[in-house]
Design a protein around this ligand. Structure first.
Ligand SMILES: O=C(O)c1ccccc1NCC(=O)[C@H](O)[C@H](O)COP(=O)(O)O
Length: 223
């Protein structure tokens, strides 16, 4: 089975259509006001409806340390397929968001070393009551003003050796049309997730780069 591709940080219907027409498997919508990719609840609901009409892709709503009211509003108004938690949520909070929303959870984990990877598997226990999949991403810069993700930074993919054979995982962080095949070959990721690497500037998706990313990812194979 070929690697699934998530195009994250979609803000406009043009960018959405470019991703869907190019064969994206998952669409990421960022609800985080500090992000240049932020969309409102209403915008996310409209983009989700458009994706549903096109068919073929799952919609992922990305949240950072959301409160209960936001989780409930997302579940009711957007009705995505998954919620991506991209903040400092610990296992109990992930479980609570799963219960409150009734949705599958993709938990983003910042990776610095092999211990981060080994510890992340606690998010998958006990059998599906917390997150359904892990997303390994680069650690954000230490600068307090930096975003928790979407920074276009890579990490040493060899660290993910510790994850191989345990459970399918998603990979993010500085992926581009130029390096995604190498990332898949080395890590065997089930999903590759990109935002900055298919943009002309923060928040502006480039349809040609989206097409190139999908093409490169879909022919790549684990080595
Ligand atoms: O994209 C953002 O602005 C963002 C803000 C806050 C938390 C996470 C955010 N993005 C995460 C992603 O887009 C992806 O899941 C992933 O980190 C890819 O980012 P990139 O390195 O830019 O390809």
């Amino acid at each position: 089975m070929s690697t699934r591709v998530k195009i994250c940080g979609i803000r406009t219907s043009d960018a959405l259509d470019a991703a869907l027409d190019a064969g994206a498997d998952l669409i990421g919508l960022v609800l985080y006001p500090k992000s240049p990719r932020n969309v409102s609840l209403d915008e996310a609901a409209a983009l989700t409806l458009r994706a549903r009409h096109h068919g073929g892709a799952d919609v992922v709503t990305l949240l950072v340390d959301p409160d209960d009211a936001l989780v409930e509003a997302v579940a009711e108004k957007i009705k995505p397929d998954l919620i991506q938690l991209h903040g400092h949520e610990m296992t109990a909070r992930v479980e609570a968001v799963r219960e409150l929303s009734g949705l599958r959870i993709l938990k983003a984990v910042p990776v610095g070393d092999a211990e981060d990877v080994a510890a992340a598997f606690d998010y998958l226990k006990p059998n599906g009551t917390r997150a359904q999949m892990l997303l390994f991403d680069a650690k954000p810069p230490a600068d307090p003003g930096s975003l928790p993700g979407g920074n276009g930074l890579t990490f040493d993919w060899r660290i993910l050796e510790a994850a191989k054979g345990r459970a399918p995982f998603a990979l993010a962080g500085g992926l581009t049309p130029e390096n995604v095949a190498a990332a898949i070959a080395l890590t065997g990721a089930a999903i590759v997730d990109v935002s900055s690497g298919v943009e002309s500037r923060p928040g502006e998706k480039d349809p040609e780069r989206i097409r190139r990313f999908l093409k490169a990812a879909k022919v790549a194979k684990e080595a």
